[in-house]
Design a protein around this ligand. Structure first.
Ligand code: IVH
Length: 674
């Protein structure tokens, strides 16, 4: 088991820290499953730092406050080359003529976190606690969530500590960030759930770390970049004396992710050159940065420079100029989405922000406009954040730019079909009630063709508009009836482009169950959920036949999603749509997940002696069918399998009303599970 753990740790480091995997995901899963199997068979040998234990216990009621070993300070800022030059001059004066090098690092836009490592058996260290910054003196103990971040090593081996001459107890500080891809996925999910989008990756990362459900945190794929190493000193935790650039190298050797964009620089020219490169690379990094940090490299000089009240004198943050602009709101229009959701949009006087001209920005919903206090004609601050869609962040109160007077009232009728709009109890969004609203149809067609959905290249705005106007399609299934002749008749369509689109439509029939599910536009069923459902059920028929409990057996599907699916298929017109797609030859199958899932999610406890099976045999059969076995009975136990001379576990099962099976009962269950 220890060998497997070491092997898994090595592959996790290669994959999550170095981005250089050596084996396929499937081989990794196989190793992990083997370890899980052994640990289930020998629960007494499970260690807290085992790779299987990333998602473990969760804090029962909120997070505890915890004192930092040494305050977590912030940084002074510089906004121009002049300010940097001033700072450099002051540093050199205070350094008393000693040569000064700076470590240039990216300033990642996340939240700072402190990780405490403590002595582990065998001379290494293990992660003991993870704290948020809080007020700098005390933070929140979010250890259970930190453990789910794969780029945070749960252990540091003795050999590495020895080589670096590090004690077993130390602290690592760095930045927890939400990568751009994870952020985009989160917002897609939130949109599907009718929730307002997270504003930026930093807020999303902070919210995630404060989630009370480590299982959810694990799915958010946060990352951690280490930049400080503290060892015990007289003050109870001080920076590692070898200086900043050696610190970063040491952290990398210890298995942490360290940002590879780093460089020792010595002059203001070199500093500005580094800034220039960072700005140029900014959009390609895959995570947000908001500047560059320069740190005096030598520890002795750092100590000599010391601290002001809130920040070290030996470091400075150069902040990029914000990607925001000020402009005027000319009008507020309302867009109707494919679910009938109405989204207000600010129509702006075009303004140039961070390389593009922005003339529209989302206002999310009526509450958001209310909170901004926005009136027509107002001057507003518009930001382009981690998201591509610009947003209005505040209304400018300024005598030079008089506020607008015209109050915007949300329409009571759908702007497209004039049907009534309603806001359901407890929801922020207004929706058009008309099932046949042309906007809904148009948006569902556009959605159906999207790259992430059925991937029909060429099915854009202009084409969809014409198909609708000419009455060629009345629903997504009609796309499959279109002929090349009909398409050639469209404006700006020659035979070549018509043939290409027809081919794209034809190809989309092979997109598979997950994409079709997404294309149907079932509420809450986005990319990930669709994929998990497809893997679980393998066919549209199996999915449509499933009851709520069966749907909820799919990973990450709870009552809210199962309800939405049932409601969707309860409607005759939706079932008809599925039949039309099927008749058109659309593939509605998927590869079912390999592992046996019949007993997945069920936990068994064995007790006493069974008449014909040994305990090992019973365990093996349960696990082969996807179930889990554990040693102790709790409310979460699905079944207790009891044989002769069963003792306290049977009593406990009866007390907690956990169903009890005898050997025959178990065999029957396994038989039913196939
Ligand atoms: S050094 C006392 N290095 O920026 C030293 N901070 O504006 C403070 N940050 O609270 C931290 N990347 O959350 C440092 N490479 C980096 C950083 C970094 C991002 C954040 C950190 C800090 C804030 C200060």
């Amino acid at each position: 088991m220890e060998e497997l753990r070491a092997e898994l740790r090595r592959h996790e480091h290669l994959y999550y820290v170095l981005d250089a995997p050596e084996i396929s995901d499937a081989s990794y899963d196989a190793l992990m499953n083997e370890l899980k199997r052994l640990e289930t068979a020998h629960p007494e040998l499970v260690t807290p730092d085992s790779p299987t234990q990333r998602v473990g216990g969760k804090p029962a009621e909120g997070f505890k406050k915890a004192q930092h070993s040494r305050p977590m300070l912030s940084l002074d800022n510089a906004y121009s080359a002049e300010e940097l030059a001033d700072w450099d001059r002051r540093v050199r004066e205070l350094a008393g003529g000693l040569p000064v090098d700076y470590m240039a690092e990216l300033k990642m836009d996340g939240l700072s976190v402190a990780l405490r490592y403590e002595p582990a058996d065998g001379g290494g260290s293990r992660l003991a606690a993870g704290l948020t910054r809080g007020d700098g003196q005390t933070g929140e103990d979010v250890t259970s969530n930190i453990r789910t971040i794969r780029s945070v090593p749960l252990t540091v081996p003795a050999t590495v500590l020895k080589k670096l001459e590090l004690p077993q107890a130390f602290e690592v500080r760095g930045e927890a960030v939400m990568p751009a891809a994870a952020f985009a996925r989160l917002n897609e999910e939130r949109e599907q759930q009718g929730l307002p989008p997270a504003v930026n990756p930093r807020n999303a990362a902070a919210g995630t770390l404060r989630t009370l459900e480590p299982g959810i945190v694990a799915t958010r794929r946060l990352d951690f970049y280490a930049y400080f190493l503290l060892v015990d000193g007289p003050g109870g935790g001080d920076y590692w004396p070898r200086g900043q650039h050696a610190t970063l190298d040491a952290l990398a050797a210890m298995g942490f992710r360290v940002n590879r964009h780093r460089k020792l620089v010595a002059t203001v020219e070199e500093m500005t050159a580094f800034i220039g490169r960072a700005e140029a690379e900014r959009d390609k990094l895959g995570y947000e940065i908001d500047g560059v940090v320069f740190k005096v490299d030598a520890h002795g000089t750092q100590q000599r420079l010391g601290y002001t009240g809130r920040a070290p004198r030996w470091a400075i943050a150069y902040k990029f100029t914000a990607r925001s602009g000020v402009t005027q709101v000319h009008a507020i229009t309302v867009q109707v989405g494919r679910t009938g959701k109405l989204t207000p949009v600010a129509e702006l006087e075009p303004v140039f922000i961070g390389g593009t001209t922005v003339s529209r920005a989302t206002l999310h919903n009526a509450d958001f406009i209310e909170r901004l206090g926005l009136k027509l004609g107002d001057w507003v601050k518009v930001e382009r954040g981690g998201d591509v869609i610009p947003k209005v962040v505040e209304v400018i109160e300024d005598a030079e730019r008089p506020r607008g007077k015209l109050h915007f009232s949300f329409p009571s009728q759908c702007p497209e079909c004039h049907a009534q709009v309603v806001r359901a109890e407890g929801e922020v969004d207004f929706r058009c009630v008309n099932a046949d609203c042309p906007a809904k149809l148009r948006e569902s067609l556009l959605h159906f063709g999207r790259r992430e959905v059925m991937n029909i290249e060429g099915l854009g705005d202009a084409v969809v508009q014409q198909l609708l106007e000419r009455g060629l399609v009345h629903g997504v299934a009609d796309l499959y009836k279109l002929t090349v002749e009909e398409l050639t008749g469209l404006e700006r369509f020659a035979e070549k482009s018509a043939t290409a689109l027809a081919e794209q439509i034809d190809q989309s029939k092979q997109a598979g169950l997950a994409r079709v599910l997404m294309g149907l536009g079932i509420r809450f069923v986005g990319e990930r959920t669709a994929e998990l459902l497809a893997q679980e059920f393998g066919s549209m028929d199996a999915l449509m036949a499933a009851k709520a409990e069966e749907l909820e057996r799919a990973e990450e599907v709870g009552p809210r999603i199962s309800q939405a699916i049932l409601e969707f298929f309860a409607q005759e017109k939706n079932r008809a749509l599925v039949e039309h797609l099927r008749a058109a030859g659309v593939d509605m199958t998927a590869e079912k997940r390999q592992r046996s899932t019949q007993l997945a999610g069920l936990t068994f406890v064995l007790t006493g002696t069974l008449p014909t099976m040994t305990r090992d045999q019973a365990e093996a059969m349960i696990e082969a069918a996807g179930g889990k076995t554990t040693g102790s009975v709790s409310k979460k136990t699905s079944y207790v399998v009891a044989g002769a001379e069963a003792g306290s576990k049977l009593e406990k099962a009866q007390k907690l009303q956990v169903p009890v099976l005898d050997e025959d009962g178990l065999r029957k269950l396994l038989e039913e599970a196939g």
